[in-house]
Every structure is written in C-alpha cells, then in structure tokens.
Write a protein that binds this ligand. Structure first.
Ligand code: F6P
Length: 364
C-alpha cells in the first residue's frame, strides 16, 4: 500500500485545513494510507509522534477551521543538510514514499531540494550505518507535489494561491470599518497590509474598497508620489493602502510612517490632515477561509493525490495551479523562479482606470 503524507509549511493561510482534509480523504479513497506530518519541516526532522497516520474521521469539521490544525513552522534545521538527512531517515522508517506540501514559495523550494537530494541522502544514510541497504531498497524515489498556500498570491503560474481571497476579504472588511470612523472625524488613514514582495493584496484591496492611493513593492509609482498626493488630496476622508514591502520608483522603501508624515504635515503648503496608521498584521491570516479558498484547496488536494500516484522517477516536482478555472499540474521550479508580479493579475491600464473611480476630490 502506498503511503502518502501531507504537511503544511511556512506562514499559515486560510484553506490549509481544507487542503489537508482533501489529501487525507482522497488518499484513503484511492486505497492508500494517509499520514500527516505535524509542525511542517520540523515534524519531518523530529519524526516519531509528529508523523501520524490519519483516518477518514480525523479530519471531520476541518473545512471551516482557520489556521492549520497540523501546525506549521519555519524550520532552520531543514535548511542544513544534517537536518534533511534526519528527515529522510524518518520518512524511510515510516515507509512514506510521497509527500504533498502546502506552503509558499520558500517551503516549496525546500521541497524540491529535498527531492533532488534524495538519492544522495539515502546513500549517505547507508554509508554511515544509519540505515541498512535493505531498509532503503524500496524507497529509491520520493515523490513530492506542492500545493500553494499563501495569502500573498505571489507564485507565478497560478491565478490564486490558497488563502489569498480570504485575506483579501478580511482586509476589505477592516477597511470598511476604518472608513466609518475616518469619515466621522474627517481623517486620513494609512492602512498597512501584508505583502513583502508582491502587492496583490494591496492592489486588489485598493480596487475593492475604492482607496485613494495604493503603494506596492513591484510597481513603483511612475510619478513622484509626494507630488501626486498633494495634487489629489482634499476630501473628508482619505484612505491609503500600503503593502509592507512598498517601494517608490527608485526602489526605495516607502513606509506607512513616511506617508503619514506627508499627509499630516502642518507646515506651509502641507496637507495637514489628521492622520492615523492602522497595521492590519496577522488579522489578515487568521480566521476561517472564504468559500473560494475551501473550494480551491479541496479541488487541488484531490489533484495533488492523483499527481503523486501518476508520478514516475523522471517526473519533475510539480505544483497544482489554477489557471482559467482549470486545476492543472505545473513544473514547480519554473514558477518559483518568478515571483508573481501584480501585472499578472491585472493590466496596469485596467488598474489605473479602476483606481480613477475613487471618490471625487475636494468634496466636503
Ligand atoms: O508570506 C506570508 C506572510 O503573511 C507575508 O505576507 C508576511 O510578510 C509574512 O508572512 C509575515 O510573517 P510572520 O508571520 O513570520 O511574521
């Protein structure tokens, strides 16, 4: 019987539980044994009770749970070869020959490295006497398939990552709350959202809430943003959404503090707006998944199990994507090489147009 394990890794994202549930149940449906590796790569390295066999009912009710119930970690030991050696030993001892990993680009890159090193890891384990030739003879290949779980929607080659629409919905809900108080007090708010390298969340939130300005990492404003703001501001409320990794046209970081200082500047010619900063932080990652993420995670979890069962030693590591509403397998490393640019999600002309629908200037 084939043994397929699933794990979650890196930052949690809403929908990870739906993915684990789907993998566990699809694995059992296909007549295989299902395992969960708890605490991400940490679980692979520590082994023993962090690698657990799962039954159909063990994942009951998981669709509507936030976070990841099998835990996740950013595991330093796995970055080093000794950590990966121990992880390989644990997998061989538990008889697991296929791994489905739900995580972001960093986690999936680690997975690809693990897979490509697998033969040399086994060789070393045998030569050092950690395992016998007999123990490794049926584990010559490790199949790995990735599911992209990240709120950032930053992997190229897929329209959406598991969790991004839940985080976006959360941001919109929070911006709506802030708008009410901003209007009441005639204030400006600078709202910082997540996104170190990819501004998808900030950009889409800007369009969806009708924000006045959006700052993102990868599409630096062509014009001088300070001048832009001076020209356009003068309303009862002003909402600025800034991604945590926002940059200007020269690639210099733009911080929420800096934007606030500009809006609040009381010196001659300054905007002198009563301004507050709200950093949404981990509120964006927590909570239950929206319907889209549950559906995406479930369909992709099913496909991931099919992909590991179809894989041959020659198959390169793949991940499960969604493009034009089709769930498809794609080569992982090609996608990882290109962090997604927002322009993949929306043409910049369409974006400018959508943003120009903001409230008119100089209203009371
Ligand atoms: O990659 C997901 C993400 O939520 C980023 O948007 C954010 O920059 C980062 O994780 C935060 O990481 P941590 O939870 O470790 O602070």
């Amino acid at each position: 019987k084939k043994k397929i394990a699933v794990m979650t890794s890196g930052g949690d994202s809403p929908g990870m539980n739906a993915a684990v549930r789907a993998v566990v149940r699809m694995t059992i449906h296909m007549g295989c044994d299902a395992y969960c590796v708890y605490e991400g790569y940490e679980g692979l390295v520590q082994g023993s009770n962090l690698i657990r066999k799962m039954e159909w009912d063990d994942v009951r009710g998981w669709l509507s749970e936030g976070g990841t119930l099998i835990g996740t970690a950013r595991c330093m030991a796995f970055y080093e070869r000794p950590g990966r050696l121990t992880a390989a030993k644990n997998l061989v001892l538990s008889g697991i020959d296929a791994l489905i990993i739900c995580g972001g680009d960093g986690s999936l890159t680690g997975a690809d490295k693990f897979r490509s090193e697998w033969p040399s890891l086994l060789k070393e384990l045998v030569s050092t006497g950690e395992l016998t030739a007999d123990q490794v003879k049926d584990c010559q290949h490790l199949n790995i398939v990735g599911l992209v779980g990240s709120i950032d929607n930053d992997l190229a080659g897929t329209d959406a990552t598991i969790g991004c629409y839940s985080a976006l919905a959360r941001i919109c809900e929070m911006v709506d709350y802030i708008e009410a108080t901003a209007s009441s007090h005639s204030r400006a708010f600078v709202i910082e959202v997540m996104g170190r390298h990819c501004g998808w969340l900030a950009l889409m939130a800007g369009v969806a809430t009708g924000a006045d300005f959006v700052f993102i990492p990868e599409r630096p404003r062509e014009h001088d943003w300070k001048e832009d703001m001076h020209r356009k501001i003068g309303k009862r409320k002003t909402i600025v959404i800034v991604a945590e990794g926002a940059r200007d046209k020269n690639g210099t970081k733009i911080t929420a503090e800096e934007i606030k200082d500009l809006l609040a500047d009381k010196s001659e010619g300054g905007l002198a707006l009563d301004t507050r900063i709200t950093t949404l932080g981990h509120v964006q990652r927590g909570g239950t998944a929206v319907a889209y993420d549950r559906m995406l995670a479930t369909l992709q979890g099913v496909e991931a199990v099919k992909a590991v069962l179809d894989a041959t030693p020659e198959t390169e590591t793949s991940f499960i994507a969604i493009t034009e509403n089709q769930i498809v397998r794609k080569p992982l490393m090609k996608a990882v090489a290109e962090t997604k640019k927002c322009s993949e999600a929306v043409d910049s002309k369409d974006f400018e147009l959508a943003m120009s629908l903001r409230d008119s200037e100089f209203e009371d």
